[in-house]
Design a protein around this ligand. Structure first.
Ligand code: PMP
Ligand code: GLN
Length: 426
């Protein structure tokens, strides 16, 4: 190792970090041009009025819309968020002290985890989990403790995300005096599990018993399919005071490139989060926050009605979900039907004889399979072992994650590709 290489190894707190699945698979999508059902984003525009908000803001002569805005959140956006969530949570949320806007939900997660984790604190993470949680906890010096959702045995029907359950005794056994945080993600990425009131109450009771903070990642809060309902952890009895809730404009308005997120919680919990934010990001992008505020103001007037974007998007996605699930079932990949979100896991092990992954050298089978599928079949999905801790990765090796927030033509193309592959002789 050269003198320079030796000195400039990655600092100890980041040791073990490798390029993430996103870095690698987005590059593969550029290189091989598969049909991309990998990274989660729509391949069609959001409603015109949402795009128009940005056009309107960019043409504003008010020079302040093009300069730094308030560091803890653009005033018009925190006002809109306060109005919306006060209604949804059933308590007044102070726009100045209880809401922070961030650079996507990623930064909300980072500032919350960093602002609340001390060296040696234990943080419970439910698997499968959005992959950055583990890295963020480790960077903060925390100790992740994992617990997987397990697929119950189901016969005579296709499993749904509701069939993936926590073992209550196992969860109980993870809580102890060192436990500081539990990270919850409902609806969950990648499974689409929408936690029931009973499941949330069980988690909430443990949080209260052990004085633990719940970080509730609810970025897919509007993407819930009937008859399921999204329940906000902060609305459970006595949970407001120990919950930080995280949201994302990218998911809410189908504009993932806008990268505006937020966190809301009581003032005392918010102070720690603000401290991390003010010395890292400091202030979000002004015109985009203004545009998101206008979009929220528009939806607020028709919340829950048929013409509300949040209602129509979930409806559109439900039929895309069903289409995708049928296609996967027909070709022999066993899907888990998601009750929320826009991802679907499918078990491809029945097709193993049609797969030749000898050209791929990755440790985990799902990586070898998805790389082979990207290059040889022309379809990209995400290997779900990325959503598991090392000891539990084996639970996901037979699965692939597909994103279904895509135009009908794209889903039809996926169908054609899969059916062609299925009927090709080995
Ligand atoms: N949490 C989850 C569960 C997600 O799937 C995502 C998707 N990127 C994020 C947080 C981050 O959201 P954003 O794009 O707003 O940073
Ligand atoms: N949340 C999105 C997904 O799971 C995007 C993730 C990312 O780009 N890092 O696909």
């Amino acid at each position: 190792m050269s003198e320079v290489d030796e000195k400039f190894v990655i600092p100890l707190k980041y040791a073990g970090s490798e390029p993430s699945v996103w870095t690698e698979y987005i590059q593969m999508a550029i290189d091989y041009k598969p049909l991309n059902l990998g990274q989660g984003f729509p391949d069609y525009p959001p409603p015109k009025y949402i795009m128009d908000t940005l056009a309107k803001v960019s043409n504003e002569s008010d020079y302040m819309l093009h300069q730094y805005t308030r560091g803890f959140g653009h005033p018009r956006l925190v006002r809109a968020l306060s109005k919306l969530y006060s209604k949804l949570i059933g308590r007044e949320i102070n726009e100045k002290t209880e809401i922070l806007t961030t650079s996507g939900a990623y930064e909300a997660l980072f500032s919350t985890i960093s602002g609340h984790t001390d060296v040696g604190d234990e943080v419970i993470i439910i698997e499968p989990f959005f992959d950055c949680y583990e890295a963020m906890v480790k960077y903060a010096g925390g100790v992740p403790r994992f617990i997987p959702l397990r697929l119950k045995a189901v016969s005579g029907r296709i499993p749904t995300s509701e069939d993936w359950v926590l073992d209550k005794e196992e969860l109980k056994s993870l809580f102890n005096k060192k436990t500081k945080i539990i990270i919850l993600n409902t609806p969950n990425n990648p499974l689409g599990k929408v936690y029931s009131l009973e499941e949330l109450t069980f988690i909430a009771d443990l949080c209260k018993k052990w004085n633990v903070l719940c970080i509730s990642d609810e970025v897919y809060e509007w993407l819930v399919y009937k008859p399921h309902k999204h329940i906000r952890m902060a609305t459970l009895p006595d949970m407001w005071k120990r919950t930080v809730t995280i949201g994302s404009a990218g998911k809410t308005f189908s504009v993932t490139g806008w990268k505006v997120g937020w966190a809301y919680c009581p003032e005392n919990l918010m102070r720690n989060i603000q401290m991390v934010h003010q010395n890292t990001v400091y202030t979000g992008v002004t015109p985009i926050q203004e545009a998101v505020a206008i979009a929220f103001e528009t939806e607020m007037d028709r919340l829950g009605k048929e013409d509300c974007f949040f209602v129509s998007l979930a409806k559109d996605l439900e039929s895309k979900r069903d289409y995708m699930a049928n296609v996967l079932s027909e070709v022999g990949m066993k899907p888990t039907i998601p009750d929320g979100g826009y991802f679907m896991l499918a078990d491809w092990s029945a097709l193993e004889s049609k797969v030749d992954v000898s050209s791929e050298s990755d440790q985990y089978k799902d990586y070898r399979f998805t790389k082979w599928m990207t290059k040889k079949v022309g379809l990209q999905g995400i290997p779900p072992t990325v959503f598991y801790s090392t000891p539990n990765k084996h639970l996901a090796e037979n699965f692939v994650r597909f994103c279904f927030i895509k135009k009908h033509e794209t889903l039809k193309q996926a169908e054609d590709i899969l059916k062609r592959w299925k009927t090709t002789e080995n």
